[in-house]
Design a protein around this ligand. Structure first.
Ligand code: PSU
Ligand code: MN
Length: 307
């Protein structure tokens, strides 16, 4: 019989036991979201800013069949170099990766799930998955959305990836009862773009306000929450340049016949090519900024509990 063991880095388990702030980070963006060596630099920088803010980073993946919370720097480097040969694991893939002793990068859904299992409440990423453009025909909706509906973790992000159908993604989040909270904005951010033109339904302007809202939501039995802050304006893409790049990337995806879970990584890689690396630069900046905000939120949640 197999029993599932989750490996926690000592630093992470110490912090959790002492109720000190911990921030989960995901690994799909390392293995499948960004190119080498930018992916490696990005996760190192994200971890560094979490520490700078006084919290403990916990990058999550499945390592040779063991769900691991708090990857070492050398494990992160292997994932970053391994690229597309590493399995991309959403929740349904976890048991398979575990029983086959595979190394797998975890998506937002799988990272939230494992974070919650060990008691981490705050998680930083780039952008959540959602309803894909053309989903009416393809049915392609990310497993991140139902996971947000059931798992009480705050996901700090720059909105949903701008390759998605954002109005439909927001509709579905509403249906699923997931709060979509703007941080310092009333507009839902669109990942590479500062805004989507769509409103959020709640806004907070400080980590303390975010912590208050989350505590109340969880006290009421609520689950996942999206806390979205816009990408910095100096690296954001211009909306027209963005539209043209996305159309080109989508044409290439259609020509290559890409489907299922390969769609997101394929589009992200083509977009980086088409924009001469501008999307990757924005992606790095927003992940690091989200890690910082997540650390501040984790701290504010811990402070609340002391009072
Ligand atoms: N955000 C990024 N880069 C990424 C992703 C998000 O900045 O690579 C990943 C996340 O792990 C997210 C996944 O959960 O893409 C969604 O994939 P899909 O659309 O196949 O559910
Ligand atoms: Mn999908």
């Amino acid at each position: 019989m197999t029993s599932v063991r989750i490996d926690l880095a000592p630093e992470v388990s110490d912090a959790l036991l002492a109720r000190r702030p911990v921030v989960a980070l995901e690994s799909t963006l390392i293995a499948h979201g960004l190119p080498w060596p930018l992916n490696h630099e990005t996760v190192a920088e994200a971890e560094a800013v979490v520490r700078e803010e006084g919290a403990v980073p916990a990058t999550i993946a499945v390592w040779e069949g063991t769900p691991t919370v708090g990857l070492s720097a050398s494990q992160q480097e292997i994932l970053a170099r391994g690229g597309n040969v590493v399995l991309k694991a959403s929740c349904r893939d976890l048991a398979f990766a575990i029983t086959r002793s595979l190394t797998a990068a975890t998506t937002v859904a799988a990272t939230m799930h494992l974070a919650h299992r060990v008691g981490i409440r705050v998680f930083a990423t780039g952008g959540i998955g959602g309803v894909h453009r053309g989903a009416v025909e393809t049915g392609d909706v990310s497993a991140d959305l139902p996971e947000l509906a059931r798992t009480p973790v705050a996901v700090v992000c720059a909105g949903a990836k701008s390759i998605l159908d954002l109005p439909r993604t927001l509709e579905l989040l509403e249906t699923l009862g997931v709060p979509v909270v703007g941080y310092g904005t009333s507009e839902f951010p669109a990942f590479y773009l500062c805004g989507s033109g769509e409103p959020v339904h709640a806004r907070v302007d400080t980590p303390e306000e975010a912590a208050d809202l989350l505590s109340a939501h969880w006290e009421l039995g609520g689950a996942g929450t999206v806390l979205a802050q816009p990408v910095a304006t100096d690296v954001a893409l211009d909306p027209e340049e963005w539209e043209a790049a996305l159309r080109e990337a989508e044409r290439r995806a259609a020509r290559a016949g890409v489907r299922g879970k390969d769609v997101t990584p394929f589009l992200l890689a083509r977009l980086a090519e088409v924009t001469g690396g501008r999307t990757s630069r924005a992606n790095r900046a927003l992940i690091v900024a989200n890690a910082r905000l997540a650390a501040r939120l984790a701290k504010a949640l811990c402070e609340r509990e002391k009072n």
